[in-house]
Design a protein around this ligand. Structure first.
Ligand SMILES: [Zn+2]
Length: 333
């Protein structure tokens, strides 16, 4: 009995030191739940509105699986419907501690974006709210969350330990800048001890360039949460290869993101061991999708909205699990 009790205590101490991450399937939108070893939670985006509360229900299910009853820190990266649309439904379903965003809507003349921003703004008024700037942190206990981009600005100095020259900058292929909300996304680097994660919202190609060139201001990461769902106008080789991720998690839908160009950039990233996808990408076809066991939702016809879960530790090791088939794989630092 005594040994059992010691083992149980050791197991619970271990799980208490685990960062749980849920890449929630919001069908090509974004919603990622981080539950710190401290027990505090941060939700990055809320997926879509409508659809019979589909996305709010999936967020609540992930929170329940993680054992949290509220969202302590809600970060809204920008005001497109696939990120901020679900806020009113989430607020009706779960307590929220504090809301962080980039400030005002940069697409005031876009009727679709205003139709997302206005109801969001009404919800925001009811909670403590903070507009973040590059260099700020989100104060979730047990993690370090550095805001590296917000409202079109990016950090001017490298993060601690970063700032290496990036030789890939010489071969940068510029795209015309995006004036809209994507380019104004919040971007973050999340750190737990030796483990680093990049979560850059839908930052656009040229905005990532500011972070990656001429020196890599972000440093390397273990996990790359794909920028902009794996769309071809984000995730340049200059950014992705400089981040040097071991694992990438792609928040694509069947017909959203998951572009052949971006998929190839990620697969060619020098330290990459595995890319995991929330969906099979129709654009990618047979040649440009990962093996089915790494895909949470391989069939658009038989779609159950499975998540991809990550259990991460301060020593830099982590396990990724496909909630559909329970296939999991552990990565060491
Ligand atoms: Zn998006």
């Amino acid at each position: 009995m005594r040994i059992l009790r010691v083992l149980l205590a050791a197991a619970s101490a271990l799980s208490a030191q685990t960062l749980h991450i849920y890449a929630i399937d919001v069908e090509g939108g974004k919603s990622t739940l981080y539950v710190s070893p401290s027990g505090e939670s941060m939700l990055v985006d809320t997926g879509y509105a409508g659809k019979d509360n589909r996305d709010a229900n999936r967020i609540a299910a992930a929170a329940a699986a993680a054992g949290v009853k509220r969202v302590d820190y809600l970060v809204i990266t920008h005001y497109h419907g696939d990120h901020a649309g679900g806020v009113p439904q989430l607020a009706a379903k779960m307590p929220i501690g504090r809301i962080y965003d980039h400030g005002d809507n940069f697409e005031k003349t876009n009727v679709k974006t205003q139709a997302v921003f206005e109801p969001y703004e009404k919800v925001r008024e009811r909670y403590p709210h903070q507009t973040v700037k590059p260099g700020d942190t989100i104060p979730i206990k047990g993690l370090r969350v550095d805001v590296v981009a917000s409202a079109g600005d990016s950090i001017t100095k490298p993060l601690s330990g970063a700032g290496q020259p990036n030789p890939l900058c010489a071969s940068y292929d510029a795209l015309p800048p995006d004036p809209g909300e994507n380019a104004h996304s919040i971007g973050m680097i999340i750190t737990l001890g030796n483990l680093r994660i990049s979560d850059l919202g839908d930052l656009f190609w040229d905005k990532e360039y500011e972070l990656a060139c001429p020196v890599n201001k972000l440093g390397t990461v273990d996990i790359y949460m794909t920028t902009h769902h794996g769309t071809a106008t984000s995730g340049s080789p200059q950014m992705v290869h400089a981040l040097h991720p071991k694992v990438a998690i792609m928040n694509n839908g069947a017909d959203k993101g998951g572009s052949i160009k971006e998929w190839t950039t990620i697969e060619n990233s020098p330290a990459l061991e595995d890319l995991w996808q929330l969906h099979y990408s129709n654009e990618g076809g047979k040649q440009h999708n990962v093996a089915e066991k790494f895909i949470a939702n391989p069939s658009a016809e038989d779609d159950h909205g499975y998540a991809i879960e990550i259990m991460a530790h301060a020593d830099g090791s982590f396990t990724v699990r496909n909630d559909r088939n329970q296939f999991e794989k552990t990565y060491q630092k």
